[in-house]
Design a protein around this ligand. Structure first.
Ligand code: GTP
Ligand code: SPV
Ligand code: MN
Length: 613
């Protein structure tokens, strides 16, 4: 490869990795379409991918059945001490982990090509952006990184002779002996998988998996785990949040950043088509937000990514039309089903299921097979620029000023459709106590309720208690310019298991209430204790409840919505007994943080306890 690399440190690192992993060849990625096309052609020829006859320039991959999602149990925050990683992270002493992984890396790329991927998280050259270099032996990873990040020689130019970058070493952990036949999705067994982070060195080592967040190291590993630790040190924020712009009929813009756990509705909300008259939504990002305080004292957010790595099942013209439009061409599909006419399919797709398909494991499938055709964590990789509602400012290096933070999760009971925090401290409490049912985005049990603070439990690169303190510190700096905080639950169910709220585009009704609350800001009263502040009368009304400010039925715009009055009442009902039952669990959740738990969260818990009496 005729690439002039002037960066000594980078050259030396690549050389070290070559000596350790012993690849058959090296390829420096330039990020061009020719490179992408060439690798895809190679993978189709090798039987790793199907070229979709009915979707231009799109490809389908089937992973190994053991390698279908993130592996939280094999993910490590290898800080110098376990105390720095905190109770929510797996930890191994850095020297020990490096020793174990060095053994695994030895000769691991034999018979394969080592790809050097220079990438930028955020627009190339923006002051908020960061450069990473991923070394990988997976051409699938290279093509995905082309879509998800900004890859290319331009990144090396910005790096110059001594610029900073985050080294990201990745191997699928499946060397090929001479003459050995390859498999469609090579990877290592679960006990050899390691997704490791060394936050003190800004270093990422990943081994054994080729899937999603385990392998596309710019995403969860760099943009959340390593970036969150950097953000704490440097006074900014790296959050698991979508970013959207909502414009009201008068033309006023609101920027909303929302944190929901994996597979809990970020991509869907980010591209929502409002069902209410005159409101417009534009997408800025669907998974990650990097935020810094601007010169005007407000909080500005950028999307560090360039593509969407979205959950396929459930995506349809009915639920998320803008995503469907984004997926028309130039996409990678992983673990979706293949139809007889050369297109993809998944559960929840529009129309009738196909009479016959090839399922995600490569087997024949019919609607009465009694098993899903697509894996529940099947994903699409799509260029963000293809989204019809992508915001014209989505690549503005300055970012967009955030007005509203939303937290939430997937809970069949207890938590109402929406409530507003009394003040910043109460909002941090809502984030810190967020709970959600687990999903197929991680390998493990699905449907178990767990605390997932700020949707960051799998992604915080340091002690979660210190992370809570960082939220208080940011709030103190932002003061009156801090975004207002809300909590939502689109997933409340009736006793017979039906969704009480229609969700998707109808969520615009809830966002409208939030914007109107913000507009009535002058009337909002914040009290230092958060204990029953006096009645808040903004443009849109709300009532005080023990858990926060709730809309009354008449405060929500339900025009034209076909919903049972009883269901609305249930969605807005506070069951004091059920909330009292949450208290011991919140206490237990807080106890694990020991001396790292901010005093201000204890105050919030006591306030909630008093309000529930
Ligand atoms: P990650 O990419 O894993 O971070 O997920 P995400 O938070 O972006 O979730 P996504 O928007 O992909 O939604 C996950 C699943 O939840 C999909 O199957 C959606 O159809 C479903 N979903 C999203 N929004 C709603 C909603 O408002 N109501 C209901 N009932 N389901 C929803
Ligand atoms: C998530 O699990 O939150 C995702 C998918 O966004 S992955 O990239 O695999 O982490
Ligand atoms: Mn995510």
């Amino acid at each position: 490869m005729a690439v002039m690399v002037k960066h000594e440190k980078l050259k030396n690192w690549v050389q070290e990795v070559v000596e350790l992993c012993r690849p058959g060849s090296i390829h420096w990625c330039n990020g061009t379409k020719e490179e992408y096309d060439h690798l895809m052609t190679l993978m189709v020829e090798n039987g790793m991918a199907d070229s979709l006859q009915n979707r231009p320039n799109s490809f389908l991959f089937r992973s190994d059945p053991s390698d279908v999602a993130r592996v939280e149990d094999r993910t490590y925050i290898s800080a110098p001490t376990q105390d720095e990683a905190g109770p929510t992270n797996h930890w191994i002493d850095p020297d020990e982990l490096k020793k174990t992984m060095t053994e695994l890396y030895t000769g691991c790329m034999q018979g394969r090509t080592l790809y050097v991927i220079p990438f930028s998280m955020g627009p190339i050259g923006s002051p908020i952006s960061k450069i990473g270099i991923e070394l990988t032996d997976s051409p699938y990873v290279v093509c995905n990184m082309h879509i998800m990040t900004r890859v290319g020689t331009k990144v090396l130019e910005v790096l110059g002779t001594d610029g900073d970058y985050i080294p990201c070493l990745h191997s699928i952990g499946a060397p090929l002996a001479e003459g050995q036949e390859d498999v469609p999705w090579p990877c290592a067994p679960i006990e050899k998988k390691y997704i490791s982070h060394f936050p003190q060195e800004n270093l990422i080592w990943s081994f054994g998996s080729g899937y999603g967040g385990n392998a596309l190291l710019g995403k969860k590993c760099l943009a959340l785990r390593i970036a969150s630790a950097m953000a704490k040190r440097e006074g900014w924020m790296a959050e698991h949040m979508l970013i959207l712009r909502l414009t009201n009929p008068e033309g006023r813009r609101f920027h909303i950043a929302a944190a929901f756990p994996s597979a809990c509705g970020k991509t869907n909300l980010a591209m929502l088509e409002p069902t209410i008259e005159g409101w417009k939504c534009e997408c800025i990002g669907d998974d990650i937000a990097w935020m810094k305080i601007g010169n005007d004292g407000r909080l500005y957010a950028i999307n560090p990514e360039a593509g969407f790595f979205g959950v396929a099942p459930g995506t349809s013209y009915n639920s998320n039309p803008m995503a469907m439009e984004t997926l028309k061409e130039n996409c990678i599909f992983t673990n979706c089903a293949l139809t007889d006419d050369g297109d993809i399919w998944w559960e929840g797709f529009d129309g009738e299921p196909p009479a016959h398909a090839i399922d995600w494991k490569g087997n024949d499938w019919t609607p009465d097979s009694g098993r899903p055709a697509a894996h529940p964590n099947a994903r699409f990789t799509a260029p963000a620029a293809q989204c019809p509602v992508i915001c014209p400012d989505w690549e503005d290096p300055k970012g967009v000023p955030i007005d509203i933070f939303v937290f939430g999760g997937r809970r069949a009971g207890v938590v109402p459709l929406v409530n507003e925090a009394y003040n910043w401290d109460h909002g941090v409490f809502l984030g810190a106590t967020a709970a959600s049912e687990t999903t197929a985005a991680n390998i493990g049990a699905v449907g178990n309720l767990r605390r997932d603070p700020f949707a960051m439990q799998p992604f915080c690169g340091y002690h979660m208690g210190d992370y809570f303190q960082h939220w208080f510190d940011m709030g103190d700096k932002l003061g009156a310019k801090a975004p207002r905080i809300f909590y939502v639950n689109w997933f409340r169910k009736s006793p017979d298991g039906k969704w009480l709220w229609p969700g998707f585009g109808e969520n615009s009704r809830v966002l409208k209430w939030m914007c109107e609350r913000v507009e009535g800001r002058a009337d909002a009263v914040e009290t230092p204790t958060g204990l029953f502040p006096r009645k808040v009368e903004g443009k849109a009304g709300a009532v005080e409840t023990p858990i926060g400010l709730l809309p009354r039925k008449e405060d929500l715009d339900l025009t034209g919505l076909d919903i049972d009055n009883d269901d609305v009442e249930e969605l807005l009902r506070i069951d004091t007994k059920a909330w009292q039952a949450e208290l011991p669990d919140i206490e237990k959740h807080f106890d694990q943080f020991g001396r790292h738990l901010p005093q201000r969260l204890k105050v919030q818990l006591e306030n909630l306890r008093k309000r529930l009496k």
